[in-house]
Design a protein around this ligand. Structure first.
Ligand code: F6R
Length: 615
């Protein structure tokens, strides 16, 4: 979590740094700060609140000239969000200026030692400890900043992406990473730093993505020097061409990124298909699968690890792999898997799903599975992310940047990739006949058009939202493929509107949640024709007879449920295993409109961050 930005070159740093922070605000937004060196003096400005609050404060309080600057947008770990705990932090001498994304786990012991040596601490953060440790190393070892950062980091346990400079030598920024992402943009006589490439996308398309345990010395007039933190080895700087465009990260006239991303789903799914789904030829072509087909076909079982929405995509995949390819699947929360001493064998295939590719628990679960001999396959959206690099093979979702904190197009494109894999495996195993397989490919190909059609329910959903924006609780029910959809619908509502919501398998309702149902309780039931329809009709009757308020998602042309429900949202018909790709869309829109009506910050819900790089 937290976003970091830096600039050193010939332009004014401030506009680049502040714009970069706005683009990285999805990573954390409880406080923000900048440090700018104007050629003679250092100016630091920080504040609790959003980047817009910082902007107001900077423009009132400090000069914004100067061609060296760093900035930070925070998601608090150590110390409450306030002005003092905001980054950048300075060492006691004021010389070392540091921003940090991550957690320094052994900060308390380092702090104790530095306190004994006469250092004072003004904030509650682990970051201020690191700034002082670097100062102390420079003093004791008589080394320059780069070396001091390296020595200090060897003493640190935890995770970090840092950018640091010495105000006495303002032609250099030192950066390092372990467990949190860090990109360096390479311009002509100028360099950029970012937690991802979005802060510098309009200035350069060349970037170095640091690997774990690497650091770089970025000095004006010199090439970037990349080094291993642990063994002092000088490494080749791997300069990559960026695949991100400015247009992709702007709102394009939508009020919120979330709404834009909901509407992007037809094209995002098409991008996921591109070059892979070839129905006329009757094939699916995915190099990550073809190159490792025997591993999947000989797998004892597939274990899926993920968090949050990606975990819900994993649950859909469990149904898909078992139903279509007859391969046993277990779906695990990465955070539980990594700590519960799981049994993993060499013939297990582990699939890790992550939009950001940076989720700390998922990354740790992958490392654990690999250490136990499993083959690990990644399904990620962010190209070049840590998870994409750590896995043995993988498939990108190609959804494009997802900026809204609540996942929407990432979820549907994850399901799309997982569907392609399940179908390909079903075809290779012969669990689907050739003609059924070919038909499935055409059904899948039609999904972007179906999603386009569902988006037409938006106006109806605005009206429904008007009647439900003041509720305190909400229950979501579904069966089979629609059960993970219910979980995802509930998560979307709670995370952006702060309404308590729970998803349940519809039949489980009578084992507990039914006690909650009265005339105050809205129940969203995903009741499509092919998802155990008669059974779900009975569940709806059970709710009705207890005076629950029913919003049903039904298949176009349904009459029975329409009569029972307070509202029925019609979605186009498709084959059962593809229903999640369509049924999810109205639930995303419902949460979105309810959250907007409640005045919530849809793109940046409280306490959340887009990329969860802490455990
Ligand atoms: C919810 C949401 C989160 C993420 C979770 C995992 O809308 O976005 O629950 O799904 O933090 O993130 P990734 O997929 O980046 O590993």
């Amino acid at each position: 979590m937290c976003g970091i930005v830096g600039y050193i070159g010939y332009r004014d740093a401030y506009p680049i740094v502040i714009k970069g922070l706005e683009r990285l605000e999805y990573r954390g937004y409880d406080s923000a700060g900048v440090a700018l060196y104007d050629g003679e003096e250092l100016h630091i400005c920080k504040t609790k609140g959003k980047v817009s609050d910082l902007k107001d404060k900077v423009e009132k309080d400090i000069p914004t000239k100067g061609s060296l600057g760093i900035g930070h947008t925070r998601w608090a770990t150590h110390g409450v969000p306030n002005d003092v705990n905001s980054h950048p932090h300075q060492s006691n001498s004021g010389d070392i200026v540091l921003i940090h994304n991550g957690i320094i786990e052994n900060y308390a012991s380092i702090k104790q030692e530095l306190t004994k040596r006469g250092y004072s601490f003004y904030s509650d953060t682990d970051t201020e400890v690191l700034a002082n440790l670097i100062q102390e190393v420079m003093k004791i070892e008589k080394v320059k900043l780069g070396k001091a950062v390296q020595i200090a980091l060897k003493q640190v346990v935890g995770a970090y992406a840092i950018a640091v400079f010495d105000r006495r030598k303002p032609d250099e920024i030192v950066v390092a990473r372990l467990g949190s992402p860090l990109a360096i943009g390479i311009g002509k006589n100028e360099y950029f730093v970012g937690s991802d490439a979005s802060p510098f996308i309009e200035y350069t398309s060349n970037a170095i993505y640091l690997e774990d345990e690497e650091m770089a010395i970025i000095r004006i007039g010199r090439d970037v020097k990349v080094r291993s933190i642990n063994d002092d080895e000088q490494l080749d700087a791997n300069i990559q061409e960026l695949q991100l465009s400015l247009e992709q990260i702007e709102k394009k006239g939508y009020d919120h990124f979330m709404l834009k991303e909901i509407y992007e789903q037809p094209s995002a799914i098409l991008d996921t298909f591109r070059g892979r789904l070839l129905p006329n030829e009757g094939i699916i072509k995915m190099s990550g699968i073809e190159d490792n087909l025997s591993k999947f076909l000989n797998a004892n079982r597939i274990v899926i690890v993920a968090c949050g929405t990606s975990w819900h995509a994993g649950l859909v995949a469990e149904y898909l792999f078992e139903d279509l390819a007859r391969i046993p699947v277990e779906v695990e929360y990465a955070s539980e898997f990594r700590y519960r001493n799981p049994v993993i064998k060499r013939d297990d295939v582990v699939i890790a799903i992550s939009q950001s590719g940076e989720t700390a628990d998922t990354l740790a679960a992958i490392k654990l599975a690999k250490s136990m001999g499993a083959f690990v396959f990644g399904v990620c959206n962010v190209v070049g992310s840590s998870i994409a690099r750590e896995t043995n093979a993988g498939a990108y979702t190609h959804a494009g940047p997802e900026i809204g904190v609540a996942s929407t197009k990432a979820f549907t494109t994850q399901i799309t990739v997982l569907t392609l894999i399940a179908l390909r495996l079903a075809n290779a195993k012969g669990t689907l006949s050739t003609s059924d397989y070919k038909k499935c490919l055409f059904d899948l190909e039609a999904i972007p058009r179906r999603v386009e059609e569902v988006l037409d329910v938006n106006d109806q959903i605005v009206k429904i939202a008007e009647n439900y924006s003041d509720v305190a609780n909400c229950l979501y029910l579904g069966r089979k493929y629609n059960f993970p959809v219910a979980l995802e619908g509930a998560l979307k509502l709670k995370e952006i509107s702060y309404i308590h919501a729970e998803g349940y398998p519809a039949a489980e309702m009578k084992h507990g949640p039914i006690a909650l149902i009265d005339e105050q309780m809205p129940v969203v039931v995903i009741a499509t024709k092919k998802g155990n329809y008669e059974k779900i009709v009975s569940n709806i009757q059970e709710i009705k007879s207890r005076r629950g308020r029913i919003i049903a998602v039904v298949t176009q042309g349904d009459t029975m449920i329409k009569e029972m429900a307070d509202y029925a949202i019609e979605i186009p018909e498709t084959v059962e295993f593809l229903t999640p790709l369509i049924a999810t869309i109205p639930l995303q829109l419902l949460s979105y409109h309810i959250a907007v009506m409640r005045g919530c910050n849809v793109d940046q819900p409280r306490n959340l961050a887009k990329s969860v790089t802490v455990e």
